[in-house]
Write a new protein. Sequence first.
Length: 399
Amino acid sequence: MPLSATPETMLTCGSDALRALFPHTAQGKIYIDHASIGPVSVRVREAIDEHLANRSEGDINTFFRDIELARESRSLVARLVNAESPERIAFVMNTSDALNIIPAGLSWQTGDRILLNDQEFPSNVYPYLNMKRHGVDVEIMPTHDGEVTPEMVETAIQRSGGRIKLVSLSAVQFLSGYRPDLAAIGAICKQHGVIFVVDAIQAAGAVPLDVQAMHIDALACGGQKWLMATTGIAFLYVTEELQNRIEQAHLGWISVAKPWDFFRYDQALNSSATRYENGTLNFPGIIGLGASLQTLLAVDPSRTEAHLAQLTAYLLAELPEVGIFASVSNFPAERRAGIVSGRLSDVAHGEQVLKQLGDRSIAVSLREGRLRFAPHCYNTMDEMERIVAALRDIASAAQ
């Protein structure tokens, strides 16, 4: 049986069947750097290869078939985030592109305010700072290790006297791994008539997301991290209500209701979120994303969440004892996702520690003086134990 034909029922977290879809696991590599970039599975590679072979030596003009495959992928994305329908999903190039669509298309008045925090990844900052040219104030809320609570958001909104019009927040903080209570924060935003935007790139694929239950107005996510797709593919979810408030900054031939009616230039825009796609899409990326989503949905995000809770709980218990960390970010279980971050006691030797792990075929990230560990559904407890043992060896050798 080909690996790509593995029955979905066999794809359980950490199982041999799931690990077989990721060939690096058979090469002795321990990869837990999914918060940076994820590996592509055999299924993803085969799906893209089939598309490229058809473009090269098959039908060549596969545009209409690719449109259908894109629709299938759009439906899978809608399932992943529990969107009202696939029509609420648009494919774009990256998270930044998706996030820019919202503030660039809203009508701003001098004195309007956007609420961010001081531990956001820059993708979720610059699109809003760019609105300062419209007289918008950007409030950067101070946090401890990226913790943003509903109470903090409520206080900021009330203190603003109605000036805060939009809150943008990461579903999981990229450095510490803090996971805010999106449902509670979304409810607060809804109560005050504030637009709630979420950067989900460190959450989608690792933990369940429900845009409806969380009162999210717009959600942006690139495919190259926990979704384990290629670079250059991302999606935007946007509610119909928010879409109707956006004056689209850029238009293309796909943006209109009937794009194949070429010479009818006075058309209305497409009623779905595909109006933001503008032109011909990155079909290889979309097809690869769809193949990866089929696997992730078969594994089940809720089971992935539970699996990652076990792996990260082990790391949180063991890392403080290995002897190289000044502190390890640790939050209540419900405020964690797939990231564990340890601040090194000797930051100057961070690159050396990273290389020593790499020499042992262990891949993690070094960010801001911290080692960041980010396992996924196919990783195992045995791999976590080997990582901790490697770190103990490194610490002992340094003494």
